[in-house]
Write a protein that binds this ligand. Structure first.
Ligand code: IPD
Ligand code: CA
Ligand code: CA
Length: 272
């Protein structure tokens, strides 16, 4: 059954990715409300393509998709779909974005497929079946010390209005590691941790569709996925810490030690 779910998730993610490439560079962009929170016709068209695959095969499953919200009757299967993760990148023709199709079974991330159509990279995983990139097994990195590591994070759309904007954490880890990247696509950030290109990822302000697929990939590639304090990962918490496992305690410890930036660095002051 899991293999079938993985195969359908793959078909869906590939269908979404094909739409993204067909629209690339030709889209109208509008803001959803908050500064910088963009949506394009490609987000919506990719979502339709993904939903039509899932609904054709699993009409009884519940679906949470970024652009159309929650639909379907109660079910132990909940699909969490981001039709275009990295919309800001996409809108600027910065080629780092993906379609992401995750499946929670009884609330647990169990199947994940992320497709980067620019590089034609297909990341797949299901609980107990391992993780692959273009059908080849992948594993997390072996970096065991922060000073050997390359991390990645992101900044949620509410960063303009909250002091809890992740800027202090970004500075903190920039001083402890070989670097901190801001990829701009949380699903791909997680996929890159899974295949060992990056050693760890943390972010706040995320939605279930940003994390569901990637969480399965990291876990199945041998990494760890938890809350910042290493307690159990909760898909509705908005926060995730994912790593190669070896760095998990160090990243968690440092995340909990971060001091807020001085008031002059807060958004209110920056806007004056
Ligand atoms: C966003 C990206 C970004 C992250 C934001 C997400 P979207 O998703 O994953 O990397 O920092 O928090 O909302 O809007 O491009 O689907
Ligand atoms: Ca997203
Ligand atoms: Ca999106």
């Amino acid at each position: 059954m899991l293999q079938q779910l993985l195969d359908i998730a793959t078909e869906a993610a590939l269908a979404g990715g094909a739409v993204l490439q067909a629209y690339a560079g030709k889209v109208n962009i509008r803001e959803k409300g908050r500064l910088g929170d963009l949506v394009t016709e490609a987000d919506q068209a990719s979502e339709s393509a993904i939903l039509s695959v899932i609904q054709r095969h699993f009409p009884d499953h519940k679906i949470l998709a970024e652009e159309s919200g929650m639909q379907g009757a109660e079910s132990e299967y909940l699909w969490a779909i981001d039709p275009l993760d990295g919309t800001t990148n996409y809108a600027h023709q910065y080629p780092f974005y993906a379609s992401s199709v995750g499946l929670l079974i009884q609330g647990k991330p169990s199947v994940g497929v992320i497709f980067d159509p620019t590089r034609q990279e297909l990341f797949r995983a299901a609980t107990g079946l391992g993780a692959t990139l273009n059908r080849q097994p992948i594993q997390v990195s072996t970096a065991a010390a922060l000073r050997q590591s390359l991390l990645v994070t992101g900044f949620a759309y509410d960063r303009h209005s909250t002091p809890d904007n992740n800027y202090a954490e970004f500075c903190h880890f920039s001083h402890l590691t070989q670097g901190v990247r801001r990829g701009g696509a949380a699903a791909l950030d997680l996929a890159y941790v899974a295949c060992g290109r990056l050693d760890g990822f943390w972010e706040r302000g995320l939605s279930p569709w940003d994390m569901a697929a990637g969480a399965v990939l990291v876990a199945e590639a041998g990494g760890r996925v938890t809350a910042y304090d290493q307690s159990e990962f909760a898909i509705d918490s908005g926060r995730i810490l994912a790593s190669n496992g070896l760095l998990h305690e160090s990243i968690s410890r440092e995340l909990l030690r971060v001091q807020p930036l001085p008031p002059a660095c807060l958004p209110e002051a920056a806007a004056q």
